[in-house]
Ligand binder design. Structure first.
Ligand code: GAR
Length: 200
């Protein structure tokens, strides 16, 4: 195991939604079980719950304004995101329900230091609403995956996964809710592996 530089691991969190994965990581930090610090939270959605969670915890919360595209950021906007993350001292970029593709500026700015959580057992069901995809495909099990982010859609190297059975009578909502229970355990556990230096 490679020891990290001294101090708490500074993470930057990007999300587009309600931020329950961010909340799960923050809870572990606040409980003293995760030696990390959420240095900056950013969202491409102005009213996203993840920003409210950050503000309520006294963590800097910033909006990413992208006027041109819906599924990615323009290169200059993404370069500005990198600069803001760097200014905040971020060492690990944690995508938590961030719904845009990541491009070269962020990947080159933080090589092997951008991770994502996805609600399926990748490589199965990449893309949107993966829990619904699993249900409609008649899968017996699904789950969640934490992976390094690369330029593909949900294609980066897998770090950790947790399984969730698809139960008779499951709806898209009930299945996603059970996947999220696992996400909230899996994501903090992976961040802890960066803190310890286990993930170089
Ligand atoms: C999570 O289920 C996450 O896996 C998914 O969005 C949800 C965000 O929830 N991410 C993706 O689908 C990424 N392709 P949260 O805002 O409550 O953390």
């Amino acid at each position: 195991m490679i020891p990290r530089a001294m101090g708490r691991l500074k993470i930057g969190v990007l999300g587009s939604g309600k931020g329950s994965n961010f909340r799960a990581i923050l809870s572990e930090i606040q409980a003293g079980r995760l030696d990390a610090e959420a240095a900056l939270v950013m969202s491409d959605v102005e009213g996203a719950g993840i920003l409210d969670l950050a503000r309520a915890a006294g963590i800097p919360a910033q909006v990413i304004r992208e006027p041109k595209f819906r599924t990615k950021l323009s290169p200059e906007v993404e370069a500005d995101v990198v600069e803001r993350l760097r200014d905040a001292g971020v060492e690990l970029v944690v995508l938590a329900g961030y719904m845009r593709m990541v491009k070269a500026p962020l990947l080159e700015g933080f090589p092997r230091r951008v991770i994502n959580i996805h609600p399926s057992l990748l490589p199965a069901f990449p893309g949107l609403e993966s829990w619904r995809q699993a249900l409609e495909a008649g899968a017996e099990k699904t789950g969640c995956t934490v992976h390094f982010v690369d330029s593909g859609m949900d294609t980066g190297e897998i770090i950790a996964q947790a399984e969730v059975p698809v139960l008779p009578g499951d709806t898209a909502e009930s299945l996603h809710a059970r996947i999220q229970v696992e996400e909230h355990k899996l994501y903090p556990s992976v961040v802890a592996r960066f803190v310890s230096g286990e993930l170089p």
